[in-house]
Design a protein around this ligand. Sequence first.
Ligand code: ZN
Length: 265
Amino acid sequence: MPLRAKPSSAPNESASQTTRTPPTFATPRRASKTSEIVALEIVRNIVEQDLKPGDRLPLEAEMLKQYRVSRSSLREALRLLEVQGLIAIRPGPGAGTVVGSVHPGNLARTLTLYLHMAGSTYDKLLDAWMAAEPVLAGLAAKNPDRAKVREMMGPFVSKDHAEHGKWAIAEGLDFHDRIATLADNPVLALALQSISYISTEQVLTNPERSQLEEQIVHDHSELAEAIIAGKPDKAEKLMAEHIQHVVEDFKAYWPRRVGEKIQWR
Ligand SMILES: [Zn+2]
């Protein structure tokens, strides 16, 4: 589905300033660059036209006409969005720009860069993770759509889950993604899950984790039961304990990494 030109609201090279009352924060907000304004316009068009991940954006020549900016500004705008994972630029034959996804993993990358620069340590990251996950678990337990809760949490209740022998970290992450969905607050889900993504990406790297895997399967099963039963307090408590189990395992395995500073990688 092609983007339609909107000449009336399209920015141009000279209109790079918006008239707005400056915020009263200590750090004043800098003026947006043309490429940033174009990036914002592209996002606005994606949202307005309800484009989905994988949908194509117009060709470069078309976008140059549509946004009335220089090629370098347009490319910079696309690059800004590509870095955030909000679009993907495919080179070669059949090349083109497609819509990306609002994925906490993408936000996690940006957040990691900030945390790296801020000199934050893994201790603080893990503390934040332990604070974040129970919030989502509590909200999931309160979700009024009980049928959906049962449908999404049901597969994790099974006590013989571990015997299937196919359990993998990915499945564990899927469990947490489902809880974030059931929490039914995209703002909290995105913000808090980005913390989870950094933690799991950088923490769940221990190759020898059969004991922990059993613990995780057990924890997930208990959590799923509490969420299905609609018990937010219990779900919060169990989630805090669950993350604690994973964090303790990490601290035992990588004692020196705990105090280290977070690295962007
Ligand atoms: Zn888990």
